[in-house]
Design a protein. Sequence first.
Length: 114
Amino acid sequence: VQLQAFGGGLVQPGGSLRLSCAASESIFSINAMGWYRQAPGKQRELVADITSGGNTRYARSVKGRFTISRDNAKNIVYLQMNSLKAEDTAVYYCNAVNWDINYWGKGTQVTVSS
């Protein structure tokens, strides 16, 4: 599975962005898809993921502000990010996990700054 992320950019604190992750093949049966992020000097961390059954989980730091969703017809996974904070600044990576194999897309930079 090849993944391509879109939608990063510069946004002011309190603003919103929507990231999209387009997959090269059907995501209908992929076990889980998600978003990770890596800030400078920090380890990559899970932001949110969603299973093929629609179950979601979020990092504590983004719960209530971010929403992950998947459109199986378009093979796209979205991450709606609201009430962005400076600490959300990072490179965001799309991830797919299928039969214990991890697939990664190239990251997209999100910068939250005034």
